[in-house]
Design a protein around this ligand. Structure first.
Ligand SMILES: [Zn+2]
Ligand SMILES: [Zn+2]
Length: 150
């Protein structure tokens, strides 16, 4: 089950739905993203990490990323790379994805803004202390009702 927010601009009314976490399809998403990462679709760094740690895994849960430069908001799978704590241990996939207790973070994936190419920062929780500007008019966007999805 995942969580989402609706962001609404107080000035022009522009709204955007953002979904975080993972849904019931997580295993499929994870398999697809893992395959893409191994093929180098998500950059040479991830590909090299999978060559170095063949039984490593990635975090495919959606996070929200925000560009300070051009105010682009994107919702993308994290793609952080995790390596097994014990490299010799065979880790079997659970129904809802791998047991993350057996992995440790090896490399954070840097998300670049699709519009201006600068690194985006991850917005962990959209609260009043972390305002997000409207991509349309620059007004401040507020988090509306929470959405639950599956
Ligand atoms: Zn606006
Ligand atoms: Zn940007």
């Amino acid at each position: 089950m995942g969580m989402g927010y609706t962001l609404v601009c107080g000035k022009c009314g522009y709204s955007r739905n953002l979904f975080m976490g993972c849904g019931m399809m997580y295993c499929q998403v994870l398999q697809e993203k893992t395959r893409e990462a191994k093929e180098g679709i998500h950059g040479p760094k991830l590909k090299a990490l999978f060559e170095k740690y063949p039984n490593g895994c990635i975090d495919a849960m959606n996070n929200i990323y925000y560009c300070n430069e051009c105010r682009t908001v994107e919702c993308e799978p994290s793609l952080d790379f995790y390596k097994p704590v014990n490299p010799d241990e065979e880790i079997s996939d659970e129904l809802f994805g791998p047991d993350m207790d057996k992995y440790e973070l090896a490399e954070e994936y840097i998300h670049f803004c699709p519009k201006c190419g600068r690194p985006m920062k991850q917005v962990i929780r959209l609260t009043e202390s972390e305002p997000v500007d409207c991509p349309e008019c620059g007004g401040s966007m507020e988090t509306g009702h929470r959405l639950i999805w599956d």
